[in-house]
Each structure stands twice: as structure tokens, then as C-alpha cells.
Write a protein that binds this ligand. Structure first.
Ligand code: SAM
Length: 284
């Protein structure tokens, strides 16, 4: 148990603070008999933070969905590491992600990129490691690319829970940059639906006590083909949706949210976790 007075205060920009909800989701997932992902470290970090999350409203749905997102991205990275055990995984907008500690194979080089104040908090909570590099930078800057190039590939980029906060032009710019710089690599990220954008205001989830921050999702995707239309050098490798989950996991969502998933599919597409190959040419 961490004494109340010893807990770490979280005082970050609003977008940085969104990392708390996925951390909380992974932490309380550990109370399940058969957790979707095993992550005792997230539970230990959550315990050290002076932060309270009310598991009401949309939170029980989000808790399952965020655990699933983490697990699916773990599986995509494990597939990459199966082919390239000494490859380099770059987590952009890493927040307090513990993925390295969940799936480290003993050889991978891992890079975590996030904004400076978030990285300062991360450094207080997560011990340094010889194969783990922390970079304080924005995804829109070039500094992280220069640093990562010194480490060497093959590369897999993971952007978990970040792209929907940007508008379509910004996301297009990110896809162009990674395609220019990381030809032959792999990129994984999740995509939100318009329904979800309308229903969930992330700013409200994390600033419930101080009122709404105004932070909301911007970029949504109805059809997965939209991504290849935005950037022709991205080639879909795999995409997963919630109804494809093992039945036991899918039924952790309430009947109402499963119904919403079905309705969303008809009109707005589905929430997806995706992995793309970055190729400068169309495969034959
Ligand atoms: C919803 S959180 C996701 C955190 C983590 N990937 C996870 O799933 O646990 C979004 C993260 O993106 C980071 N972020 C926001 N804007 C960014 C930017 N321009 N460049 C890099 N990271 C950014 C935030 O600081 C935050 O840690």
C-alpha cells in the first residue's frame, strides 16, 4: 500500500492526462479471474498516483474496450517480434504504457515518445532500462525520428489512443511523415467511429470534478479503406473489431453496449484496432 501523502500528483495538460483512463482500465482488469491482458505493473503504478476514477456511466464499457485495445496491440507487436526479435518498437503517445514490460522478449529495442511533462511523470514512475529509450517530443516534430534512426530497425510504430484527438489533416500529415521516413516498417493504431465521437467526451471523463475541458475526438473512420485512401503507402495487414472477440470477453460488454456496437456498424462503422505495412509501392 502506498500512503496517501506519498502518492504522485498528476498535473498535466488535458490531452496528456487522457493516459490515465487506459492505465486505470489495465489496472482494474487485474481483478478479473481471467484478465484480457496481464499487467500487474499498471495496477502498481495506478496505486502510486493521487488520482481517483469513478467507474460509472460509460466507464465499465471503456474499461473492457481499452483492455481489449491493449491486448490486440500486444498481439500485433508480438507477431512483429516473432519475425524480428531484435527489431525496434516505437510507442508514440506512450503515456504510462507498460507494453514493454508486458511483452519484452529480452532482445527488442523499445522507444517511448510523448510530450515533455508526461515523460517527466513517466520517468518518476517507470525505472530506466538499457533497451528502453524515452524521448520527450511531439509526434509532429522531427527530433524523435532522428533519434530513432540512430537505434536502427526494422521498426514497428504503435500509436495507441492518440490519433482520434487530431483532425483528419493532422492524421494525414502523420501518415505521410511515417511513410516518408519508415518505408518497409509496420504501424498499428486504433480508429474511432462517429457515433463514439458524438457520445463520449474524453475531457469530461478526466476532468469530472473541474467541469468539462472541451477535449473531444476529431478524426473518425467509417470504412477501413479510408486509411489507404489517405495514404497510399499504407497497406492493411490486419484489423480487429469488438464482436470478433472470444465470446467470453465480448459478453463482458453490457447488452446495451453490444446493441450500440451493432447499430454503429450499420451507420458509422466499428471501433477498430489495425496494423498496416508501410510500403512505398503497391504489393503485386
Ligand atoms: C489516450 S492517451 C494514450 C496513452 C497510451 N498510449 C495508452 O494507451 O495507455 C494519449 C497520449 O498521447 C500523448 N500525446 C498527446 N499529444 C501528443 C503529441 N503531439 N505527440 C506525442 N504524444 C502526444 C498524451 O500525452 C497521452 O499520453
Amino acid at each position: 500500500m502506498v500512503a496517501e501523502g506519498d502518492k504522485e500528483k498528476v498535473s498535466l495538460g488535458t490531452i496528456q492526462e487522457t493516459m490515465i483512463v487506459p492505465l486505470w482500465a489495465r489496472a482494474i482488469e487485474q481483478q478479473q479471474e481471467e484478465p484480457i491482458l496481464r499487467d500487474r505493473m499498471s495496477a502498481a503504478i495506478m496505486e502510486r498516483l493521487d488520482y481517483h476514477i469513478e467507474p460509472k456511466g460509460v466507464m465499465p464499457y471503456l474499461q473492457v474496450r481499452l483492455s481489449v485495445r491493449g491486448r490486440l496491440l500486444d498481439d500485433f507487436v508480438l507477431e512483429f517480434l516473432g519475425e524480428h526479435p531484435r527489431g525496434c518498437v516505437i510507442e508514440i503517445g506512450c503515456g504510462l504504457s507498460t507494453r514493454f514490460h508486458r511483452i519484452d522478449n529480452g532482445e527488442v529495442n523499445w522507444v517511448c515518445v510523448d510530450l515533455p511533462d508526461l515523460m517527466q511523470l513517466r520517468e518518476k514512475l517507470i525505472d530506466p532500462h538499457e533497451r528502453l529509450t524515452n524521448i520527450k517530443d511531439s509526434i509532429f516534430e522531427h527530433g524523435w525520428i532522428d533519434q530513432v534512426k540512430k537505434i536502427g530497425g526494422p521498426y514497428m510504430i504503435v500509436i495507441e489512443g492518440l490519433l482520434p484527438y487530431f483532425d483528419k489533416n493532422q492524421v494525414t500529415r502523420i501518415f505521410k511523415t511515417v511513410s516518408d521516413e519508415f518505408d518497409g516498417s509496420r504501424i498499428a493504431f486504433d480508429t474511432q467511429t462517429e457515433l463514439y465521437r458524438k457520445l463520449v467526451k474524453p475531457g469530461k471523463l478526466i476532468t469530472a470534478e473541474d467541469g468539462e475541458s472541451g477535449l473531444s475526438f476529431k478524426w473518425t473512420v467509417k470504412q477501413i479503406e479510408e486509411i489507404e485512401q489517405m495514404e497510399g503507402r499504407l497497406h492493411l495487414r490486419d484489423t480487429r473489431t469488438l464482436p470478433e472477440l472470444p465470446k467470453k470477453q465480448y459478453h463482458r460488454l453490457t447488452f446495451k453496449t453490444r446493441l450500440l456496437e451493432t447499430a454503429s456498424c450499420l451507420f458509422w462503422g466499428r471501433y477498430r484496432v489495425n496494423v498496416f505495412d508501410i510500403l512505398g509501392f503497391k504489393s503485386p
